[in-house]
Design a protein around this ligand. Sequence first.
Ligand SMILES: Cc1cc2nc3c(=O)[nH]c(=O)nc-3n(C[C@H](O)[C@H](O)[C@H](O)COP(=O)(O)OP(=O)(O)OC[C@H]3O[C@@H](n4cnc5c(N)ncnc54)[C@H](O)[C@@H]3O)c2cc1C
Length: 486
Amino acid sequence: MITSEEFLERLRRMRPNCYMHGELIKRDDPRMLVSMKDILMTYDLAQDPKYDGFITATSHISGKKINRWNHIHQSVEDLLLKQKITREFSHMSGTCIQRCMGCDMMNALSVVTKEADEQNNGKTEYYARFLNFLKEWQDKDMIGAAAQTDVKGDRLLRPHEQADPDLYLRVVDRKPGGIIVRGCKVHTTVGQYCDELIVTPCRSLTPEEKDWAVCFSIPADTKGVKLLVEAANPTPRKAFPAEVAKHGIGHTTTIFDDVFVPYERVFLDGETRLGGRAALLFALYHRHSYTGCKPAYTDILMGTTALIAEVSGIEREQHVRHKLAQMISVAELVNAAGIAAAYTSTKASSGTQIPDVVFCNVGRKHAGENIYHEYDILCDICGGQPQTMPYEEEYANPEFRPYLDKYFARKKDVPPETIHRAFRLAQDLLAGPLTSNMQIAGVHGGGSPIMEDIAILGTYDIEEKKNIARRLAGIPEVDPKAKKRK
Ligand SMILES: Cc1cc2nc3c(=O)[nH]c(=O)nc-3n(C[C@H](O)[C@H](O)[C@H](O)COP(=O)(O)OP(=O)(O)OC[C@H]3O[C@@H](n4cnc5c(N)ncnc54)[C@H](O)[C@@H]3O)c2cc1C
């Protein structure tokens, strides 16, 4: 394992290809350092003996101690620990832990590369390539971005039907040593401060879509890769420095302008049957990660709601207690879905543990459907203060501070600074630069809501439920297998 400083050194050595506000920026640009603070934290915490065995794991291929976010889950316990560290570490930063991206992609690839070789009767060597890459990945303690979502053009057209075939990333040429890819992935979290861009298709593919059925990983500074940066960073604090104001999150629009990918880094090529499987597996692992980070974020919104209610003297009011109970129900049901998904997980032929599809998706769906409701609750309990309160400079000004301490007082005996700090936190959560990121990610991250419904309905046994109804109604039951055959 490496330290956060060693990781930063590695980023500094990369070819500059990140563009922001009209500039070619360095990967250690001060704005990037805020966006990547959580990533740095994952290195620092792994060095802390207190977290040994929690944030660290033992590699199943080398036997070495590795960061748990670089681990391929081997057991129910591994899935439970991944979910638990995600919830716990999101509490520390107040935002998205970000390192799940690479972890979820690598787990998906560990399953699909092995399945592809099996389906090809050993004629391909995707799994061996993957294992070589995994070894490097774990030894170098790398960060990966999940570059899955294509720009997609006309939403109702398949990749090969689009007016421009590059609207889904595809192979445009095959050379003796590798392939050439072209396309653009969007919303790539950690794209500007990762080691590797790990690429999979974002949908199922038909037999004529061989060129789109491609999975690979390449260094993020590879020739032809251009990263257009967005950074959702919190408003810096002056008068009331606080942890929440130190952690942002960044995304890129990731352009692949005829990029060469050597074969040793190609993990699927032309396997249309498995392109969709790769996409679904990443989404599945990612939705399981959400059963850790979404409850964490509800915890943060809920704790802030309770704190504001406390300093305002309304904590014991019925409507406040009812709203807190709603938030608890969201956090703990989503968490419970993740635990259930781990306990009902299955083993892939590669040995990787795969969480249950229905539990992961119902958990993620419940979180997504409630995200704006949670903000609504915090907004209700806060009143208008998070939007209209004076800037920090006025709090720092000795002329105004006595007025602000006097007039913003609430419950007797609560120190003015506690009140200022609580509302400043509520402002960061409700009206700060990260607010929209957490809201939009709450709905679309890991796939739009309809994708959860498709995953649930595609797996769930509705026929069995209809037979329950038939039994109760006195209607003859139908053999679901006979129905499928028709
Ligand atoms: C903050 C954030 C971080 C993200 N991080 C990552 C990341 O790290 N890596 C990554 O790969 N992706 C990432 N995503 C992308 C995320 O998975 C997508 O936003 C999501 O899959 C939706 O895709 P889209 O944004 O293109 O929206 P669209 O697909 O355009 O969806 C918009 C609406 O159109 C509907 N729609 C789309 N297609 C059809 C169709 N064929 N028929 C009917 N209706 C349709 C959808 O159901 C939805 O209601 C991130 C997203 C956000 C917001």
